[in-house]
Design a protein. Structure first.
Length: 255
């Protein structure tokens, strides 16, 4: 077994452990964070079903970003949709028998890789051109975009420029999944692409890129606008008056 095969196998196992463990830790941290105040961004829904609709819009359509910055919305939406299509296409490497729907999706995933690269150029250019965004951007913001760009470019090159041993690469991935190691093809593009993906998996749980779970736990998005109603209920007023040693306050505001 070649040295690089063992090295990449250890690297990918380590990256998978860090990614899953980091995701679980961050999600648990979000879930345990208290939100004692009602601070939904207005206009806010007043029912749980309304909150569900609002969260669906945030996750599926980036509605807040659309209202705030149209150019950021365009590039971000193109990036996320193309990334989803690319990830779905990559499912063919983890199935021994590729499902029919993955076969149908594969052509879209191939061209989505080119869209992904273009969208990353747009996001990078926005940080350079927009003075406000440039002022708020740190070195890590640019490095994350460069890392994603390098992953996208090497992936697109394997598809459109230099054909690589995809069959051997799939055997390597399936071998990792079933703990039966197969040789990793010694193609430069494969080695670079897989190495960059492993690096992304290692840094993702600790970077700003991990914002998807945070949206679901954001109090400005997932809260019902019922603070006024809850604050004015007689039971709350009575309890508040008892805690401060005062007479219960009536509904008309008199002591």
């Amino acid at each position: 077994m070649a040295t690089w095969t063992i090295a990449y196998a250890v690297l990918l196992y380590l990256a998978a452990i860090v990614l899953v463990g980091g995701l679980c830790y961050r999600i648990a941290l979000y879930a345990m964070t208290k939100a004692p105040l009602r601070i939904p961004t207005m206009p806010a829904p007043r029912t749980r079903s309304g909150v569900a609709v609002r969260m669906a819009g945030e996750v599926g359509l980036f509605t807040s970003l659309f209202r705030g910055d149209k150019w950021a919305w365009i590039w971000s939406y193109l990036f996320h949709v193309s990334l989803l299509l690319v990830l779905l296409q990559h499912l063919r490497y983890v199935f021994v028998s590729v499902p029919t729907w993955v076969v149908w999706e594969s052509p879209f995933g191939s061209y989505a890789g080119a869209v992904l690269v273009v969208s990353l150029i747009g996001l990078f250019g926005r940080r350079l051109i927009n003075a406000r965004v440039r002022f708020l951007s740190g070195p890590s913001d640019y490095l994350m975009l460069v890392l994603l760009f390098a992953i996208g470019v090497t992936g697109a090159m394997m598809r459109f420029v230099s054909r690589v041993n995809i069959v051997g690469f799939k055997a390597f991935i399936l071998g990792l999944m079933y703990m039966h190691l197969h040789p990793l093809p010694d193609d430069t593009l494969i080695l670079v692409h897989v190495g960059l993906v492993a690096l992304l998996m290692l840094v993702l749980p600790f970077s700003k890129l991990l914002h998807a779970p945070g949206v679901l736990f954001s109090p400005t998005r997932n809260q019902v606008d019922n603070a006024r109603h809850e604050a004015q209920t007689p039971r709350d007023q009575t309890a508040r008056g008892a805690r401060v040693g005062a007479e219960p306050v009536g509904q008309d505001g008199a002591l």
